[in-house]
Ligand binder design. Structure first.
Ligand code: URA
Length: 439
């Protein structure tokens, strides 16, 4: 049967056959289907969706388009963590050394900045000498030396995703739920950790803005993981304002070090502990006991020592004084008194990317000292002239006036206090997706 017929069937809302999905992924991997047909199938899937079976086939075929590292078979104790992405989301930098410090090893393949969200690899590369490029033996060495490894996806992992992701980007098909699930899970399953903890964000700075949309994504991701034999839980967490106060690269490393030193931003600390706790629950540890161990590690310096070991194992200099700093800063203050009623986290993420923490072209050089520090939080009472945020300017040439304006406009001040969403809504099973109407 020709691939055109498969496209037509999906276009008309019929199901795909097992072989259709196979041909699609092979076509993306070997490039033996015209790119027009790949793009047409992506659009048909985007408009018509996919059944659970079709999504599982697509994920499995994308996973097997490249190497499968099967980490769980040699190191069943290792945990992987994934966030659907947000702003000021520095959790991976805290969680990996924190869990390692309580004897739970962590391996992650992380990404670079995407859209308004800063990338874990970009943050780590702000540390002088830190390298994220490691092959499978390199991953084993990192786990042996530090119990925590954060590495870049290699060329051999899920090559079909690379082709399809690039096509999705230019065909307006990125938001499709089954395409997102297959893209994320093919890479997670290629690493192959036996345990996976998912942080699915909802809100203005998230990929999926409403609780219902985030819940749908969390359910689908967890289903694919569990069906593949991975112990998996998904937590829904708030992204209606930046998670931590630091948005950038070096500044987010500093924010992580602050939490690992026993202090830091309370929201970043709480989400990091909660996800770590859930990961330990998946490993059979009682939740209360897990939290006690995690908090003790943060208080005693063990978590910070684990961070230093992880940085050194990756070739980095753990001295925080060596982290880049902004060349100059500009404070953005409130033009009126009132309550902080809304914060456009996505706008702040885009400004942080524009000032130097992200790229508008693949080869653009980051300004590691640049970013934003957020001072005002949702629900805060603010007086005229009080600082809302600080724009941190690095070596990138930017239109400072326009970035200052966009930063200020991201904060909405109102006479009445807003309802501040809970930081952690709970696991997929604990959250009622209809409970927050209109969001
Ligand atoms: N992250 C991915 O890797 N793929 C998606 O489609 C979305 C987020």
């Amino acid at each position: 049967m020709s691939f055109v017929e498969a496209i037509a069937r999906k276009r008309d809302g019929e199901g795909l056959e097992r072989d259709d999905v196979r041909a699609f992924v092979e076509g993306a991997t070997r490039q033996n289907l015209p790119v027009e047909q790949l793009a047409a199938m992506l659009m048909a899937i985007c408009c018509r969706g996919m059944s659970a079976d079709e999504t599982a086939w697509l994920t499995g075929d994308m996973l097997h388009s490249g190497e499968a590292w099967e980490l769980g078979s040699t190191r069943p104790e290792v945990i992987d963590k994934h966030s659907t992405g947000g702003v000021g989301d520095t959790v991976s930098l805290v969680l990996a050394p924190l869990l390692a410090s309580v004897g739970v090893p962590v391996a992650m393949m992380a990404g670079r900045g995407l859209g308004h969200s800063q990338g874990t690899l970009d943050k780590l590369e702000a540390i002088p000498g830190f390298s994220c490029d490691h092959d499978r033996p390199g991953l084993d060495r990192l786990l042996d030396e530090a119990g925590a490894a954060i590495i870049a996806q290699t060329e051999e992992i899920a090559p079909a995703d690379r082709t399809l992701y690039a096509l999705r980007d230019i065909t307006a098909t990125v938001p499709s739920l089954p395409l997102i699930v297959a893209s994320i899970m093919s890479k997670k399953l290629a690493l192959g950790a036996g345990t996976l903890i998912l942080d699915v964000k909802w809100g203005t700075g998230a990929f999926r803005e409403t609780v219902a949309e985030a819940h749908e994504l969390a359910t689908a991701l967890r289903r694919v993981a569990r069906d593949s034999g991975v112990a998996c839980e998904a937590l829904l967490t708030d992204m209606n304002q930046p998670l931590g106060r630091a948005l950038g690269t070096a500044s987010e490393v500093r924010a992580a070090i602050d939490v690992l030193s026993g202090g830091g931003d309370p929201r970043l600390r709480e989400v990091s502990i909660k996800l770590s706790e859930q990961a330990m629950v998946l490993r059979g540890i009682d939740a209360a006991a897990a939290r006690t161990r995690l908090e003790a590690s943060l208080a005693s310096g063990a978590a910070l020592s684990s961070w230093n070991t992880m940085v050194v194992a990756h070739g980095g200099d753990p001295d925080p004084e060596r982290l880049p700093r902004p060349e100059r800063t500009h404070e953005i203050t409130a033009m009126a008194s009132g309550f902080v009623a809304a914060i456009a986290a996505d706008t702040l993420g885009r400004v942080a990317a524009a000032v130097g923490a992200g790229r508008s072209r693949r080869d653009e050089v980051l300004a590691f000292g640049a970013g934003i520090t957020v001072h005002a939080r949702l629900g805060d009472r603010i007086e005229t002239g009080q600082p809302l945020a600080t724009l941190e300017i690095g070596e990138r040439h930017v239109d400072v006036e326009s970035l200052i304006h966009r930063t200020g406009a991201a904060f909405e001040i109102a006479a009445a206090p807003p309802v501040v969403p809970a930081l952690v809504l709970g696991t997929v099973d604990e959250v009622d997706p209809t409970a927050i109407p209109g969001r």
